[in-house]
Design a protein around this ligand. Structure first.
Ligand SMILES: N[C@@H](CCC(=O)N[C@@H](CS)C(=O)NCC(=O)O)C(=O)O
Length: 223
């Protein structure tokens, strides 16, 4: 078994995406918890690992990788017994890459535009245009979900990436079943994974609740 160290926290969607991937591959991770709100990611030691000061960061016996999408692909290519989670076939791989970039550039970016305001700028409410941007992202996901999974009929790392963010956002911006039936069905499918709750469900729920709690606290401290 390789010695894989992951700098991570359950609250972070990209960290959870990597944790889902590791579980799917049967890999054990040594988790080192990084508390971003306490500034653990800004220490000189951490900045040496990742000057971009983001988590997750993987340390695979001295090989350091500091980006969830890159880490997931690395783990599948290096340790996967098959290429199912990140297909080698060029067209299938392009579909997975497309969904990974959608997660990074749209789904996660729009969540982060909110969490930064709530946790760091301490805003008492989420501006309506940022909520609307998330709803538009839900719509884009719904309209592109024409198969069982986000990049086709098989589950891939793109599903881990997208579910980590969407399951977090729904904690404070609802994803109505009648308006987004395909997305809700896909989420239910992902929840069937035996390791889903441990690797993603608990942390996603925690993040949603934490956003709501922090908004209430920001409101109180404004008064
Ligand atoms: N595209 C990156 C995004 C990573 C990211 O922004 N992580 C957040 C936590 S969810 C973080 O580390 N923020 C701290 C910072 O930017 O200083 C990935 O997927 O790894």
């Amino acid at each position: 078994m390789p010695k894989l160290v992951l700098y991570t926290t359950h609250l972070s969607p990209p960290c959870r995406a990597v944790e889902l991937t590791a579980k799917a591959l049967g890999l054990e991770l040594e988790r080192k918890t990084i508390n971003i709100l306490a500034g653990d990611n800004l220490t000189p030691e951490f900045l040496k690992l990742n000057p971009k000061h983001t988590i997750p960061v993987l340390d695979d016996n001295g090989t350091i990788i500091g980006e969830s999408h890159a880490i997931m692909i690395y783990l599948v290519r290096k340790y996967g017994k098959t290429d199912a989670l990140y297909p080698s076939e060029i067209v299938q791989q392009a579909r997975v890459n497309e969904a990974l970039h959608f997660e990074s550039g749209v789904l996660f970016a729009r969540l982060r535009f909110i969490t930064e305001l709530v946790f760091f700028a301490r805003k008492p409410e989420i501006p309506e245009d940022r909520i609307e941007n998330v709803r538009k992202a839900y719509r884009l996901l719904e309209d592109s979900l024409c198969d069982e999974f986000v990049a086709g009929p098989q589950m891939t790392v793109a599903d881990f990436s997208c579910i980590s963010t969407v399951a977090s956002t729904v904690g404070f911006i609802s994803l109505d079943k009648s308006e987004f039936p395909r997305t809700n069905a896909w989420m239910e499918r992902m929840k069937q994974l035996p390791y889903y709750e441990e690797s993603n469900g608990i942390g996603a729920t925690e993040l949603g609740q934490f956003v709501l709690k922090q908004l209430a606290e920001n409101t109180r401290s404004k008064v």
